[in-house]
Design a protein around this ligand. Structure first.
Ligand code: SF4
Length: 474
């Protein structure tokens, strides 16, 4: 069974003084947030600082350690946390620590193109339902065969971009050369294998960096190396069981990842209780297929592995059409399924509205808000958008379920201050809330209530054909 943390278990290991240092008014409130994975136990500073809580601290670390350890790559404020999972399925508990995505760069290129690609990776972003979706790491690959070049490239990257690094080399010499210049930035060492593990273990210990253990297709070695590392006190480990993508081998890769995650969470097997790493970039090693086919394959392999159960992905393609579906999928998987994405109710200005501008109203489901906002912007009209609390539901569902009522719209308008501010009071409600228009006109005296289109994409046409005339006559 998954080890779901209970608030009372956490409460039992807290100081129970209700001092408020963590920002919560009581230890119980803090315990509930730790159990939910919203805050870390480390935010209870008295527990970590006051020697009298030494034995409680020991217990707290044991109780709150997730079956899949959370591993930090990089240093604040640019660190990435991978793993930290407690459950197999999202309906059991919200997933935390979204799968980190790394894009590779080679150490055999000159500084300028290296910086150019790295900066492009770092600045790649797009907004979706109010969140900026981004890439997380840069994986520097040792292809030059020259340890000095590898170290130089690591140095150039660390001086020009803030994203944490994965240093990819099986050569302990090259790894040490790079760690001497960027070891203090806590890069992920990739990778210890059955051939180099002693030297790599020493480097992880010396530079206090997280380390990946790679044993493609050989789980016994993977487990055995992880156990050896744990026995020496190295526990910031990432496991790379291998990513095989040709023919049926992709199904086998998914099986292996699922098996490892099941062993960690359901059987509490500590030797595999670490974040899993997949490398969709291996599709580029396949001699078959053209460039477009490889990019498509890399995108779907990455999406599949993110679903089952990769905590870290290393990719080669850097095209928006490859990455966008992956980032959107990640956003969906890592959204709390109990809480619909929503925006804060209130009044939002679109353009530069004045005291004669129209008012649009909608619910606070994030997708609705951003669509409506975009469609008003497309109509090229300055307006107010009043967002009523529909409890994060779409307009149609919330009106049908009486979560969004005429009272709520009226209250939102009254508390917006627009009653006093506007000379012309014209309110456009969504077509899907048409049934509320009569009641709303009774509640909002002096306002003209118009029923807008059922689909917000028709707002520009509605503005041209209906709203402008109504505003003139208002
Ligand atoms: S800081 Fe710790 S002791 Fe203080 S209220 Fe928070 S959980 Fe309780």
């Amino acid at each position: 069974m998954p080890k779901i943390l209970r608030p009372l278990e956490v409460y039992g290991v807290l100081p129970q003084t209700n001092c408020g240092e963590c920002g919560e008014s009581t230890c119980m409130a803090f315990a509930a947030k730790v159990a939910d994975g919203v805050v870390e136990i480390t935010q209870c500073r008295p527990l970590f600082k006051d020697p009298k809580y030494k034995s409680k601290l020991q217990k707290a670390l044991e109780v709150t350690r997730p079956p899949v350890k959370a591993v930090t790559i990089g240093t604040p404020p640019y660190q990435v946390i991978v793993g930290g999972k407690r459950v197999m399925y999202r309906h059991e508990l919200t997933y935390h620590n979204p799968t980190a995505i790394a894009i590779d760069v080679m150490d055999d290129v000159d500084a300028d193109p290296l910086i150019k690609r790295a900066k492009a990776i770092e600045s790649y972003t797009f907004e979706r339902i109010g969140q900026q979706l981004r890439l997380n790491l840069i994986a520097l690959r040792y292809v030059s065969g020259n340890p000095e070049k590898f170290a130089k490239a690591a140095d150039v990257l660390s001086k020009n971009v803030s994203l944490p690094l994965i240093l990819c080399s099986y050569s302990p010499d090259a790894m040490e050369e790079a760690l001497t210049v960027v070891g203090d930035k806590r890069p992920l060492i990739y990778a210890a294998t059955r051939n180099n593990w002693k030297e790599m273990l020493d480097l992880a210990s010396k530079y206090k960096c997280p380390i990946a253990i790679s044993s493609p297709g050989d789980l016994n070695t993977l487990k055995s190396l992880a156990s050896t590392f744990i026995s020496t006190g190295i526990e910031d480990i990432v496991l790379d069981p291998g990513t095989f993508v040709r023919g049926d081998s992709l199904a086998e890769t998914i099986n292996i990842f699922t098996m490892l995650r099941r062993a960690a969470i359901e059987k509490e097997d500590k030797s595999v209780g670490f974040p899993l790493m997949a490398v969709p970039a291996v599709v580029w090693m396949d001699p078959e297929g053209d460039e477009v086919e490889k990019k498509m394959k890399e995108s779907y392999v990455a999406s599949i592995m993110m679903t089952r159960y990769a905590d870290l992905l290393v990719m080669h393609s850097f095209d928006p059409w490859v990455l966008m579906p992956l980032l959107v999928w990640r956003q969906n998987i890592y959204t709390d399924p109990r809480v619909p994405p929503s925006v804060k109710p209130g009044v939002y200005e679109i353009g530069k509205p004045t005291d004669v501008s129209p008012v649009f109203a909608t619910g606070n489901f994030a997708l609705t808000y951003f669509l409506v906002r975009g469609d008003i912007e497309n109509a090229k009209i300055d307006a107010y958008l009043v967002v009523a609390d529909s409890e994060g539901l779409s307009v149609e569902s919330s009106v049908a379920g009486r979560r969004l009522t005429a009272d709520k719209f009226a209250e939102a308008i009254k508390s917006s201050g627009l009653n006093q501010k506007l000379k012309k009071k014209v309110l456009v409600i969504p077509g899907r809330a048409a049934r509320l228009s009569g009641e709303l006109e009774e509640l909002l005296s002096g306002w003209k209530v118009l029923v807008g289109p059922r689909d917000s994409s028709a707002i520009p046409e509605f503005v041209e054909k209906v709203l402008k005339k109504e505003m003139e006559s208002a």
